[in-house]
Design a protein around this ligand. Sequence first.
Ligand code: SAM
Length: 229
Amino acid sequence: MVRMNVDEASSLVDSLKRQGIVRSRRVEEAMLRVPRELFVWPGTEHRAYEDIPLPLDDTGQTISAPHMVAIMLEALDVKPGNQVLEIGTGSGYNAALLAELVGRDGKVVSVERLPELVEFARSNLKRAGYLDRVEVVLGDGSLGYPPRYEGPLYDRVTITASAPRLPRYPVAQLRDGGILLVPLGPPGYQVLTRVRRRGNSYSSEELLGCVFVPLVGEDGYGPGGLDII
Ligand code: SAM
């Protein structure tokens, strides 16, 4: 795999380490292995290692800022061999990092509601060499995947768009011992929330304030980010 700028990637990751954002060796190595320039929209490659979200063309969606990606990966504590559900594929960058973290024995399923981003993410993941470990699905991830199925399936669920409340199906699809992350709150300001399942009990903790685009779907926001449910 060819990285266009090793120096820029290292200096970004070093800065995230100094700030205490990248804390584990596993997340550090994953971020050094996945070339972010292969996942940003064409024409913005020169900004790939700035710690900012970048627009994904005119879809109104973004590839999240590296610090937010790292915060979520650290909070998710992904183990080798885990089955992971990501809701909000966007560029496919976070899915590639998850693929690094689960390794060859694990699996990442990532759901995206916009067909053009499904295509974009698949082609980025293919170029970067991760498509064999990541299944990108077109659909409404607010219903989990498969939609509405309630059996425990995933060790980790990460929702990279903001929800008005805990979406019930993704929570129901957590395996015992599983962890789910979701930014909860209205458009403009949310609280990154971590849910843990132990047996049949669920606990949640608020981690930090954040700003994500809305989770638009049947158990999310309506178009425009309005809570219509
Ligand atoms: N994880 C992405 C990455 O690495 O580039 C960034 C995700 S972006 C901040 C949020 C994504 O969630 C957008 O691509 C948006 O289209 C998607 N999204 C919003 N609502 C969704 C839903 N109900 N199901 C699946 N994807 C959804």
